[in-house]
Design a binder for this molecule. Structure first.
Ligand code: HEM
Length: 398
């Protein structure tokens, strides 16, 4: 897609061409209008690495974007009570909070989500990957039959959800996706997502009441609450929902996008030390990261006003030639370490070590087991959403 000059006025990251391949449009924006106002989305789109990095570290770009939406759209008469309750849970997610609430919740969760807790999962990740690969037939969908069940089992096990209950989560989590990644103001997806949220919070409420396994993450959060840490029951449940959700939607996309990238670039080593980092950079799951402007701020020569919505395009920053030479080239031998696919600053992804561990095991495991693995659908179907980049399915011939 070329969209130079005046065409940028109507640039649309959700056009079919840009959903299939957002990078040409993002490159045009980065070059010609790096802090771009989109009338269509009534939002800013920021595409240069330096600007995305600066905004993610700047408190004037607030993460507190659910409460203002709830106040404006859901507190009045006539609003759906279920949708209001679901947004109430999202409001307790640390990813949607600013300090001091964010600091308090993050400190408590970091105490539970330790490198040791992640490392304990190494053997289990390999076992689950192996079991799933063993069951694949000659035609398989590596999203639905591999990446998704793998990542959801891993995070559910870490949380302390019994194996027998894990199948329930797929449906709930699929529906919640409509709330989190759907456009704000998309009422059908909101109503369905609210139903999923109510069932999932009901389940976690019970899990907390039953007294979860002390080794589990939910167990650690409950202990923190009982030890007098400032954590409410609602926050324990909301944090469980956040982890279940954040823990596998994105990691599924990393494994799916990563496998597709490597199948299209067979010269790239699936298990080099820099492979996962390069897959995150080149076609990672975080297309954009949203913020609300809390106080007027200058960025890239433009003035952003208090209340404006901003999409910080991590996917564009990760292909900025000012930082990554020959950025459109997949090269697992690149010097790693600077990609923004996990964000940066206060909200830097807490699950990054787990996501890296899962991808580093799951991607080579699939390619090792099936040396003749071939893509069965090109071009593939991508989820048409602004925030994330992920495949609806990844059909292959094993
Ligand atoms: C490849 C997989 C993943 C990607 C690309 C990813 C991406 C991100 C990004 C971009 C953020 C920052 C959001 C912001 O600044 O607003 C974030 C935050 C977060 N992620 Fe991940 N994530 C992944 C996997 C995980 C996993 C496996 C977990 C946990 C099981 C997790 C838990 C979290 C949490 C709790 C936060 C909020 C941190 C905070 O607000 O301080 N993520 N993630």
């Amino acid at each position: 897609m070329t969209a130079t000059g005046p065409d940028l006025q109507t640039a649309d990251l959700l056009s079919p061409a840009a959903v299939a391949d957002p990078y040409p449009l993002l490159a045009e924006l980065r070059e010609h209008d790096p802090v771009h106002w989109s009338e269509r989305y009534r939002s800013w789109f920021v595409t240069r690495y330096a600007d995305v990095d600066a905004a993610l570290r700047d408190p004037r770009f607030s993460s507190d974007r659910i409460a203002p939406y709830r106040r404006a759209r859901l507190d009045g008469p006539g609003a759906d009570a279920g949708v209001r309750a679901a947004f109430g849970v999202l409001e307790d997610w640390m990813v949607f909070k600013d300090p001091p609430d964010h600091t308090r919740l993050r400190k408590l969760l970091s105490r539970a989500f330790t490198p040791r807790a992640v490392e304990r999962m190494r053997v289990r990740v390999a076992e689950i990957a192996d079991e799933l690969l063993r069951d694949l037939g000659p035609h398989a969908d590596l999203i639905g039959e591999y990446a998704y069940p793998l990542t959801s089992s891993v995070v559910a096990e870490m949380l302390g959800v019994p194996r027998a209950d894990q199948a329930l989560f797929k449906d709930w989590s699929d529906r919640i996706t409509g709330l989190v990644f759907g456009g704000l103001g998309d009422p059908d997806r909101h109503a369905d997502g609210a139903g999923g949220m109510a069932e999932l919070t009901g389940y976690l409420d019970e899990l907390v009441a039953r007294g979860p396994d002390a080794e589990s993450l939910v167990g650690a959060l409950v202990r923190a609450r009982e030890a007098g840490d400032a954590l409410t029951h609602a926050e324990v449940v909301a944090t469980g929902v956040l982890l279940l959700f954040a823990g596998h939607e994105t990691t599924t996309n990393l494994i799916g996008n990563g496998l597709r990238a490597l199948l299209r670039h067979p010269d790239q080593a699936p298990d080099a030390p820099g492979t996962v980092e390069e897959l995150l950079r080149w076609d990672g799951p975080a297309k954009t990261i949203a913020r609300l402007v809390a106080a007027d701020v200058e960025l890239g020569g433009r003035t952003l006003r208090r209340g404006d919505r901003v999409f910080l395009c991590a996917s564009a920053a990760n292909r900025d030639p000012a930082v990554f030479p020959d950025p459109d080239r997949l090269d697992v031998t690149r010097r790693p370490g600077r990609q923004l696919g996990f964000g940066i600053g206060l909200h830097y992804c807490l699950g990054a070590p787990l996501a890296r561990l899962e991808a580093a095991i799951a991607i080579p495991a699939a390619l090792d087991r099936f040396p003749d693995l071939r893509l069965a659908e090109e071009p593939p179907a991508w989820h048409p959403v602004l925030l994330s980049r992920g495949l609806v399915r990844l059909p292959v011939h094993t």
